[in-house]
Design a protein around this ligand. Structure first.
Ligand SMILES: [Zn+2]
Length: 273
């Protein structure tokens, strides 16, 4: 942490997510705000999102999707204002239970010690004050989200020196329920079944930090729009009324994990300067 103008602390912030676009919906506004307040930012994708959707065959093929998604990520981060964008290069492991889970190049199959060594090297190099990553549920149980959470937590738990504030980006279960009802009422088929609603998302009492990012929501939306292969205009989110979608995107939710060494971390994200 360095002292900026007016002695306001300037943080070094490392985001570690599984796929290009994972940063967007849950933390895009906060990342844009941190950039504009002069904090030092790095974003890391563990995989290239190789097996994600292709919204329009003109944009990519299954063979070059990994390159297209890297480019989309770089363009998205240019809008957000983050220049330091890195990829660990693992293959996307696909949704839970799909054959891509078994691919030997996938993050899911990677040697945990190797992934942890890579995350550890990032922490040594950057010395972040804040780390953002997936929450323990992975939002909706994606194996790569859960793997990135587990590896990042293991590395931070093993640190002997000063530890970063570890924030999980959360998608509250209550919001999934509200969204399901809003979509159903509007005649839109939600992307998840009613039977899933008690299982997906972060438990509501898990959330420590709720952030109003409405001042940054236009940047967030523009950044997200560069993940073009992942955006289906005819999908459930594309069908939501623009003002409704903007309202959903204007609040972000985090869980501040406490260190396992007896230290107490203050919620430095709730009071950003
Ligand atoms: Zn993802």
């Amino acid at each position: 942490m360095t002292q900026g103008s007016q002695d306001k602390p300037k943080f070094t912030v490392l985001s570690i997510f599984a796929h290009p676009d994972d940063e967007a919906f849950g933390s895009g506004g906060t990342l844009a705000e941190l950039v504009r307040k002069g904090h030092k930012m790095t974003t890391v994708c563990a995989t290239n999102g190789d097996v994600g959707e292709i919204s329009d065959p003109a944009l990519a093929t299954p063979e070059n999707l990994w390159q297209v998604r890297q480019e989309e990520m770089r363009r998205a981060m240019t809008v957000t204002g983050i220049k330091d964008v890195r990829f660990l290069g693992y293959r996307d492991s696909g949704m839970d239970g799909t054959p891509d889970n078994d691919n030997t190049s996938s993050l899911f199959q990677a040697d945990p010690a190797k992934v942890e060594a890579e995350i550890s090297a990032l922490l040594d190099e950057l010395q972040p004050d804040i780390v953002f990553t997936h929450d323990p549920t992975g939002g909706y149980g994606h194996p790569d989200h859960v793997t990135v959470y587990r590896r990042t937590l293991a590395v931070i738990n093993a640190m002997t020196g000063k530890r970063p504030h570890l924030y999980y980006v959360c998608f509250p279960r209550e919001n999934f329920k509200r969204l399901w009802h809003e979509m159903t009422d509007a005649g839109i088929t939600p992307p998840f079944a009613k039977e899933q609603l008690d299982d997906i998302g972060s438990p509501d009492d898990f959330i420590t930090t709720v952030r109003d990012v409405s001042d940054f929501v236009e940047i967030k939306k523009e950044s997200l729009s560069h993940h073009q292969t992942q955006i289906d205009p005819n999908g459930p989110f594309g069908k939501l009324a623009p003002l409704v979608l903007t309202a959903w995107m204007s609040t972000e939710y985090f869980y501040l994990d406490q260190p396992n060494n007896g230290e107490t971390h203050e919620d430095i994200l709730s009071d950003l300067v």
